[in-house]
Design a binder for this molecule. Structure first.
Ligand SMILES: [Zn+2]
Length: 166
């Protein structure tokens, strides 16, 4: 099996080189389910009192992959319904894959500033797109609400991985 050594060594050198060129390689976290339709769109209906923050977060994802998330219409059938609830628990938002809903918990979101609200909205949209929780801070998909509302390397890599499951 001597002949195997050379290609492995070359592969190792290549991956080493690649990691030096791309020091910010991310990790992908996907759910294995999503609310994206067969046309590869996530069309939302309903409303929330945090509509400005929600719309901002729609743009955050669409700026990375344009045109995926859309407001429902006569032509675009609704894939997910957004609404508000008030529950005295620790959840800021919940995306339900069975009921095809995103619910924003006013009990926890009302005291938040714009940054945090955008984080919650972008995070829940991420679940609807098929992204899972990220265990590390600095990511929109970090499992707790945080000040991150832009897409990190991990968020983008997770999105790219989720798209492959659509
Ligand atoms: Zn989550």
């Amino acid at each position: 099996m001597k002949h195997l050594i050379k290609p492995i060594a070359i592969l190792f050198m290549l991956s080493l080189l690649f990691s030096m060129i791309n020091p910010a390689l991310g990790t992908a976290y996907t759910l294995g389910w999503d609310l994206v339709d067969s046309g590869k769109h996530l069309d939302w209906g309903g409303s929330t009192k945090y509509q400005n923050d929600f719309n901002y977060s729609v743009n955050t994802w669409n700026n990375y992959k344009s045109g995926v998330i859309r407001k429902d219409s006569i032509i675009y059938l609704k894939d997910v319904t957004i609404s508000d609830i008030t529950l005295k628990n620790n959840d800021a938002g919940e995306t339900d894959g069975d009921n095809k809903t995103i619910k924003f918990n006013t009990f926890n979101i009302d005291p938040m500033n714009t940054t945090r609200r955008r984080n919650v909205c972008a995070h829940e949209l991420g679940h609807a797109l098929g992204l899972n929780e990220n265990p590390n801070t600095g990511n929109t998909m970090y499992y707790k609400s945080s000040d991150t509302y832009t897409l990190s390397r991990d968020d983008k890599d997770s999105y790219n991985a989720a798209v492959l499951n659509w």
